[in-house]
Write a protein that binds this ligand. Structure first.
Ligand SMILES: [Zn+2]
Ligand SMILES: [Zn+2]
Length: 467
């Protein structure tokens, strides 16, 4: 599977005047509004409009995907949104109002205007209550969960997802449950609760398979890529986004291009970790191009961050710094706090490379604060690890000891060790395997262990099919 990844990912517009990563940055730093779609010269004729919403009749093979079921009647620019707003004011039919709100939610989500997204999700819930319609209410809560996920309020996300899952018996719940599980998985991953994240992703995949929902499967695969990047099983980190890219190729004709962009971005991430930097660059450029076409600010920020990281891996900090800066600009604007922490971490590593230890410490401190605010333990662990290196080289013994203790606490809390050999997980690139209970082990330990079931919880059952 892994070896077929490059060939299977056809590349939109690659044959016609390919933009290089340098062009993206030029646009970002020269313009007042960073990377606005109008500031670059990209063909937009491949822009795929999403199918119009029909609550009553998705075809038999069209699994109703939230992304598709609340499409944009207009492009998400200011003018279009104003028109949608006007429709909203005139609408007296609550069902119509609910759908218009759905459009506004999708549009604002793509632009990274998450606070507005949240506002409209709350309005949706009010409307649903007015109608006393549990279907609409479930959908409203899903949007509320998603808004919170984007704003990195992961505890709230989990609790709204649980609200959705508890509203069983509604006709939409079966169609939405997969998406609820995906959002819940993302929230658990944001909180570094790996076992629960994996459990949620597996459930989401099961819903996707049962409903033949390829879009959902594609999104879960991207999230799983992210999951395994964090745990440093880079083979799986590449496998899942490649699988997502395959799904886009095989079924994605009517989908929004953002699915391609999403899979390319996650592939780029894995390639960078595998030190395949030219591949990483190529995928990231492809992703960035689409993100610009769609005015997808959140993805632009992530791509810029990845560009910066790639340059850092090439020891080219002069190129890395401005890209971190551009990325930080958007991350701050949209409120992606986890993204901000990632930027700080990257900048800190750059200062380390430059042997500017005090500057590195200062930035790492900020990374720590943001990560604490979000509740992401893995970031804390990474920060402690880097601080350890710095204090060791400065021979500051007391500070060093403090960092070591904190680091070990994080490892303990995150349960980042293999239940069989007791060695760490997520410290270096190693193949991992999950048990059906979603406990994670070294693959080699499970293979050599010969036990049936999970050594951690003694849960005996079949091996999982997907992850
Ligand atoms: Zn092990
Ligand atoms: Zn277990």
């Amino acid at each position: 599977m892994v070896q077929s990844d490059r060939a299977s990912c056809c590349r939109v517009g690659a044959e016609t005047g390919r933009l290089s990563e340098e062009d993206f940055l030029f646009n970002s730093s020269e313009q007042g509004t960073v990377l606005s779609p109008s500031s670059c010269h990209i063909r937009v004729n491949e822009h795929v409009y999403e199918a119009p919403h029909s609550r009553d009749g998705p075809g038999p093979n069209q699994a109703p995907d939230r992304e598709r079921s609340t499409p944009l009647p207009v492009q998400p620019d200011g003018e279009g949104l104003k028109r949608v707003g006007e429709v909203l004011v005139k609408t007296s039919d609550p069902g119509g109002k609910f759908r218009v709100l759905g459009c506004l939610i999708t549009a604002h989500s793509e632009m990274g205007k998450y606070k507005e997204m949240l506002k409209y999700a709350l309005a949706q819930i009010d409307t649903a209550r007015e109608m006393e319609d549990p279907d609409y209410l479930t959908e409203g809560y899903l949007n509320l969960a998603r808004s919170n996920e984007k704003l990195c309020d992961f505890q709230k996300t989990v609790s709204y997802c649980k609200t959705c899952l508890n509203m069983q018996g509604t006709t939409v719940s079966l169609q939405l449950n997969g998406q609820v599980c995906l959002s819940m998985g993302n929230a658990f991953l944001g909180l570094s609760v790996f076992q629960k994240a994996l459990e949620s992703y597996e459930k989401a995949l099961r819903y996707a398979h049962n409903n033949d929902d390829k879009m959902l499967e594609c999104r879960v695969c991207c999230s799983l890529g992210n999951f395994y990047v964090q745990l440093k099983d880079y083979e799986k980190a590449l496998f899942f986004p490649c699988k997502a890219a395959e799904l886009v190729n095989d079924y994605g004709k009517g989908w929004s291009l953002k699915y391609r962009a999403m899979s390319q971005y996650h592939m780029a991430l894995a390639y960078r970790k595998l030190d395949r930097l030219p591949d990483a660059m190529e995928c990231c450029e492809e992703s960035m191009k689409i993100a610009l076409q769609h005015g997808d600010r959140p993805l632009q920020a992530l791509c810029l961050l990845n560009f910066a990281d790639i340059h850092r891996c090439r020891n080219d900090v002069d190129k890395a710094f401005p890209r971190y800066e551009s990325s930080m600009c958007i991350m701050t604007e949209i409120g992606n706090r986890l993204g901000q922490a990632s930027v700080y971490l990257g900048v800190g590593k750059c200062w380390l490379q430059q042997k500017e230890l005090d500057k590195a410490l200062e930035v790492l401190q900020r990374a720590q604060e943001v990560a604490d605010g979000v509740g992401n333990k893995l970031f804390s662990l990474k920060v402690h690890c880097l601080c350890e290196t710095i204090f060791r080289s400065q021979e500051r013994q007391n500070e060093l000891r403090e960092q070591v203790v904190k680091f070990l606490q994080c490892v303990e809390e995150l349960e980042l060790y293999c239940g069989m050999c007791g060695e760490s997980i997520g410290e270096k690139n190693q193949q991992l395997q999950a048990q059906p209970c979603s406990h994670i082990f070294h693959l080699k330990c499970l293979q050599s262990g010969g036990t049936k079931g999970c050594p951690k919880c003694r849960h005996a059952s079949m091996k999982p099919g997907f992850v």
